[in-house]
Write a protein that binds this ligand. Structure first.
Ligand code: PMP
Length: 781
């Protein structure tokens, strides 16, 4: 046998002490003054543990007599660690060492013997049974086991002791060293399995080990080191002997190795997930920890086989038990290897990305087919003929499953940038703490409502929370019809305001061809590029047409940037005239800020503020939660009151604490990052750069917008301003090839929609302009 092993862990290679039961009784009295009638050896790998009993066989205490090779500093570390953990989490069922009768600061007595000093420690007897069969643990007990494991690690988080920096072979960071034990594994199948796992450890785990969260951990909350009650819940954590400074997740590898053993292939992953659920209730795992968990689990199993075979070979362990147990542990490894590392990670809950390359292309085709099959024909088509499957995104950059990165100049929903940590953390934190509804009192929803009210003119004093832009507009419409008693609606000629039965009629963009709802009239908004409809007469005519059909307006609804109509920088006087005409006809004004709000224009938080108007109703959505569904209606108290006189309002998810946490985080980031002024600068820079590109490319008929709500109108380059939707589509596709995402909009579908997250800054402008320039040159060489 190799000679490096004894130096690694002297305790592992030396036999435990062999005191007799009567000797134990006298040791107890001599060291701690405890008079016991009897002692019973409980058996242990490293030391000797006795249960001390009185004359009626009632337990008095547990006494541990250490191995002669034990380092006293390690025992001192154990005592300090347990005290530390008790301080942090007093409810943890820890076995605390007794102080010595003559020295309350010391926890071990010394017994000098010819083979060396043995240290004696005394503990209270904790309730519960030992030597449970892990297969008897219920699902609830598995969850609780995971939770206790995490609590114990959390209780040790702030603890350190120099002796924790040790080379403990059971700690899988030293797994490689057990290769020296391979030849002791008699069973060739087991040896091969262990070797394969150790190889995988070297290849995949070892290189990232230094990046894993590390601290002093127990490393060994296994079935042997815990007492449990009748329900299988841990009532005592009895052995801190394997403590080590290691990766936090190492704790879980030993727990899984010990607890889910021998349950059969199908149960392995289900029971592991239950333990993980309990663990993550206390300490969520980091993605890399979850990703490696299968490897760590298998490595611990491999280490178990190696060490135990080696000890059996040396006569240090009962061969029958060792061989039987190793066969079960080998089954665990075999199951994991059979399923494969990626699939194991996935089954343990890791976010394992789909494979790239040819495999991914086939998978995309398959997904497209399945999308059509199951989501049906009414859903809007995918954005590109060759669809993009996004994998992750940060700020203004999105990455697909092939690892290709795109500048996002399209998505307005992640207003403060994709994956903004303030928002994702707020959502995760609140989701862990509490999610409920507005029939319970909750501070955050009220704070959010107050902050929204404070952002608007004083008359808008009431907030109603819903979950989408459509719902917000639907509710605004109900408020308007209830308040006015009218049923007519006005919207722009190619508006989109939502999907509900009331709002689809106010969305000409999605009207069925040739069908116009009787109660709705649309007007042509100004087209400054072509010098058309610049005056509000068209709007007055629409009101008259509505009246002619017997409908007085309940409301006019306007997206302040005309996103669906192809974007416009509307003159304030024009909008003011529309508001006045609406009011004069008995209707209310709905400012739909679902697109143009939350700082999109850079000039104001809400686009209506640019016009100097005071709407009767304001609707918010899309960017409000940076991607988390949350929406709202703001209105005047008298409008809400008229509604309340007739009915009550409640939306199950509206204003739930998680959505509200997201919305508050968005408002905070808009403030902290001074997003609005940044949007003004980025918008000017973008339009200036686009105009330079346009100078060489007459297909760009017009560039218009405010802040980061911009349209690039593509026309036939013959001076006629004729919309060219086909070319706009080709440019959109070309930009995608050059790594930039845009959309198309407008009645003719010829306006490139450039409406990025507001994390888009001047720095991204050249990337966009360059991609556009190259695309245009390619299309018109
Ligand atoms: N209003 C406007 C101006 C919109 O653009 C949209 C969605 N594109 C909506 C309302 C509807 O929002 P949602 O899709 O969240 O229902």
């Amino acid at each position: 046998m190799t000679t490096i092993l004894p130096r690694l862990d002297a305790v592992l290679v030396s036999a435990p002490p062999r005191f007799s039961d009567p000797e134990a009784v006298s040791i107890a009295e001599g060291t701690f003054g405890l008079r016991a009638a009897n002692a019973r050896d409980l058996g242990s790998e490293r030391d000797q543990t006795f249960l001390l009993l009185d004359a009626e066989e009632r337990p008095l205490a547990v006494m541990k007599v250490s191995n002669a090779a034990e380092d006293p500093a390690t025992l001192d570390m154990e005592a300090l660690a347990v005290q530390h953990a008790r301080l942090v989490d007093p409810a943890l069922p820890l076995a605390l060492p007794w102080p010595l009768p003559d020295d309350p600061t010391a926890h071990r007595a010394t017994l000098e013997r010819p083979d060396g000093p043995h240290f004696v420690r005394m503990y209270d007897v904790l309730p519960g049974r030992s030597r449970t069969d892990p297969r008897d643990l219920s699902d609830a007990a598995l969850v609780a086991w995971g939770e206790t494991t995490a609590r114990l690690a959390r209780a040790l988080r702030g603890f350190f002791h120099p002796s924790a920096q040790r080379t403990m072979l059971w700690d899988i960071q030293h797994a490689g060293r057990t290769r020296a034990m391979l030849e002791s594994i008699g069973d060739a199948r087991q040896r091969l399995l262990v070797e394969r796992v150790l190889d995988r450890f070297d290849d995949v785990v070892e290189p990232v080990w230094p990046s894993l969260r590390a601290q002093v951990i127990h490393t060994d909350l296994t079935i042997d080191n815990a007492l449990v009650d009748d329900a299988g819940r841990i009532t005592g954590i009895v052995d801190f002997g394997d403590m080590s400074h290691s990766a936090l997740v190492t704790d879980l590898s030993s727990v899984l190795d010990s607890i889910v053993v021998d349950r059969g292939r199908d149960e392995l992953f289900r029971t592991s997930r239950l333990i993980l659920d309990g663990y993550q209730r206390v300490t969520p795992l980091e993605p890399v920890e979850l990703r490696l968990l299968g490897e760590l689990f298998a490595t611990r199993a491999a280490v178990t086989i190696a060490i135990s075979s080696w000890r059996v070979g040396r006569g240090l362990e009962d061969p029958d038990f060792g061989l039987r147990y190793n066969a079960s542990v080998a089954d665990t490894i075999e199951t994991i290897l059979g399923v494969g590392w990626d699939e194991t990670a996935r089954r343990l809950g890791a976010d394992v990305p789909a494979r790239g390359g040819a495999g991914a292309i086939a998978a995309v085709d398959d997904l497209v087919h399945r999308r059509d099959q199951v989501l049906g024909p009414a859903l809007e088509p995918l954005t590109y003929d060759e669809p993009i499957r996004m994998a992750h995104a940060q700020g203004v950059w999105m990455t697909d499953t092939d690892g290709r990165t795109y500048l996002d100049a399209y998505n307005n929903v992640p207003v403060v940038g994709h994956g903004h940590p303030r928002v994702t953390e707020a959502i995760a934190r609140q989701a862990r703490r509490l999610n409920t509804n507005l029939r319970y009192l909750h501070d955050d929803a009220i704070e959010l409502a107050e902050r929204l009210v404070a952002s608007c003119p004083p008359s808008l004093d009431t907030v109603m929370f819903v979950n989408s832009g459509s719902e917000a507009n639907d509710l605004a419409w109900r408020l308007a019809t209830t308040y006015t008693g009218n049923d007519g609606g006005l919207c722009t000629a190619f508006a989109y305001h939502g999907i509900s039965a009331a709002i689809a009629p106010l969305s000409p963009e999605s009207w069925p061809a040739g069908r116009r709802p009787d109660q709705v009239e649309a007007w042509m908004p100004p087209d400054a590029y072509r010098g058309r409809d610049l005056e509000p007469n068209g709007f007055s005519a629409a009101i008259e047409r509505l009246a002619a059909r017997g409908h007085a307006p309940a409301a006019t609804i306007l997206d302040g940037m005309l996103t669906s109509d192809g974007f416009a920088d509307l003159p304030p006087a024009y909008v003011r005239a529309l508001v006045d005409a609406t009011h004069a006809a008995g209707g209310l004004w709905i400012a739909d800020e679902v697109q143009a709000g939350h700082g999109r224009t850079g000039e104001a938080m809400w686009s209506f503020q640019r016009f100097g108007i005071v709407p009767d109703l304001v609707t918010l959505g899309k960017p409000m939660g940076n991607g988390h569904p949350v929406a709202a209606v703001l209105t005047r108290r008298e409008i809400a009151q008229r509604f309340a006189d007739e009915t009550v309002f409640f939306s199950t998810f509206g204003g739930n604490p998680v959505s509200v946490a997201a919305a508050l985080a968005v408002l905070d980031v808009l403030d902290d990052e001074r997003v609005l002024p940044r949007v003004v600068v980025a918008g000017h820079a973008l339009r200036a750069a686009l105009r330079e590109v346009a100078a060489d490319h007459p297909v760009i008929g017009d560039i218009r917008g405010v802040g980061l709500a911009n349209g690039i109108e593509i026309v036939v380059p013959d001076g006629s301003t004729t919309p060219d939707a086909e070319r706009a589509g080709a440019i959109k596709d070309g930009l995608r090839r050059h790594g930039v995402l845009v959309g198309t909009t407008g009645p003719a579908g010829n306006v490139l929609k450039v409406r990025p997250p507001l994390a888009f800054t001047e720095a991204e402008v050249p990337v966009f302009a360059d991609a556009l320039q190259r695309t245009l040159v390619e299309l018109d060489p």
